[in-house]
Design a binder for this molecule. Structure first.
Ligand code: SF4
Length: 78
């Protein structure tokens, strides 16, 4: 799945939401989150993010690895 990392925090531009063909990007308190169970890995969201916050899970910078777990936790709570 694709993952939204730190650059989204307190920005939440939402350009990605309009691009996602399966509507799997949801709004949290300070960031947007991609539901890893619904994401079809199309990659459409990644280039439209103005803050370059979106990465394929295997391409996440090391310091943002934990955003993968943050997304899993976010969707476990809802
Ligand atoms: Fe949606 Fe595609 Fe981005 Fe996954 S990769 S969140 S399916 S736009």
């Amino acid at each position: 799945a694709y993952v939204i990392a730190q650059p989204c925090v307190d920005v939440k531009d939402k350009a990605c939401v309009d691009e996602c063909p399966v509507d799997c990007i949801y709004e949290g308190k300070r960031s947007l989150y991609i539901n890893p169970n619904e994401c079809v890995d199309c990659g459409a969201c990644e280039p439209v993010c103005p803050t370059e916050a979106i990465f394929y899970e295997d391409d996440l910078p090391a310091q943002w690895e934990w955003y993968k777990d943050a997304a899993i936790e976010f969707f476990a709570e809802v």
